[in-house]
Ligand binder design. Structure first.
Ligand code: NAP
Length: 266
């Protein structure tokens, strides 16, 4: 029996267990996906213990995505992002990876959105904003990062090749120029609010909202009304899980079954 899991605190509402177990069922893998809630000062012990116990892989969520880098060997992308959401125990040392970036890119591409040469506006410069900004720049997009705390956006933009950083005010021109708009703030999560005023949205945009509770956020409703392509946060959640599954198992993930397991619970 292979054991995989999630490290976070809290992890009670996580959709990762049913999503991964749907993949194990579909491929008839003898595996389980378990959630763990170590205390913050037990993170190192949890990772060492997981390795010692033969756990094959762990996802990592709030509040450990950054701190975990102290205890794993990050790959180049996780190192640049400064956070890992996936640990692989197949080598001599546990390695850290960031599949949030690839998850967002796959979600967009899956909806026919071209990224190379696109102008992308990422709203938010926290963990998700960092991962998505580096991912989009690597995919060949010109990235603008807009954040409530403008200094954080400017600091992040200084790390992301070719990016600009700014505050959230006067977004009209930035949205007008954009082909891709990503909400990487928590605005819209379990509330009917949006970080981008509806009147600046337009029909040439592809809009990805990282928020997945609710699935249809106010931003996505406004974007659909403006004629934009919309991509909800469950697609990003799905593909970060797909990427982790494929990294751990070297198998092609059964995306449809994982998607069904996820969406039936949202
Ligand atoms: P985080 O590191 O705490 O960052 C939060 C971001 O939201 C910051 O940019 C913050 O701006 C901004 N923000 C918070 N409240 C705001 C407000 N009232 N107005 C404007 N901006 C505000 O969180 P995170 O880990 O990046 O997560 C952000 C969202 O992405 C969450 O909803 C999370 O569930 C979602 N997410 C989804 C996936 C997925 O797979 N779909 C993966 C990761 C995260 P300041 O810097 O000014 O505070």
């Amino acid at each position: 029996m292979d054991v995989y899991g999630l490290l976070g605190n809290p992890v009670g509402h996580s959709l990762s267990p049913p999503m991964h177990e749907a993949a194990y069922d579909e491929l008839a893998l003898e595996a389980r996906y378990v959630t763990f809630e170590p205390a913050p000062d037990e993170l190192e012990a949890a990772i060492r213990g997981a390795g010692a116990l033969g756990i094959r892989g762990l996802n990592v969520t709030i509040p450990f995505k950054r701190d975990v880098l102290e205890f794993v060997e990050p790959d180049e992308l996780a190192s640049r992002i400064g956070a890992a959401n996936t640990i692989d125990f197949s080598g001599a040392e546990p390695t850290g990876h960031n599949t949030d970036a690839a998850g967002a890119l796959r979600a967009l591409r899956d909806h026919g959105v071209a990224l190379e040469g696109a102008d992308a506006l990422v709203v938010g410069a926290g963990g998700a904003g960092r991962a998505i900004s580096f991912g989009l720049a690597d995919a060949g997009a010109a990235v603008t990062i807009a954040n409530r705390t403008a200094s954080t956006a400017r600091e992040l933009a200084a790390e992301v090749p070719g990016a600009d950083g700014r505050g959230l005010e006067d977004l009209e021109d930035a949205v007008d120029d954009a082909d891709v708009l990503v909400n990487a703030t928590s605005v819209g999560m379990e509330e009917d609010a949006t970080p981008v005023p509806s009147e600046v949205l337009h029909g040439e945009l592809a809009v990805l909202d990282a928020v997945y509770r609710p699935l249809e956020t106010r931003l996505l409703r406004d974007a659909a009304a403006a004629g934009a392509t919309t991509v909800d946060g469950a697609w990003m959640l799905l593909y970060q899980g797909v990427e982790a599954f494929e990294l751990w198992t070297d198998r092609t993930a059964p995306v449809d079954e994982m998607n069904e397991a996820l969406r039936s619970r949202l």
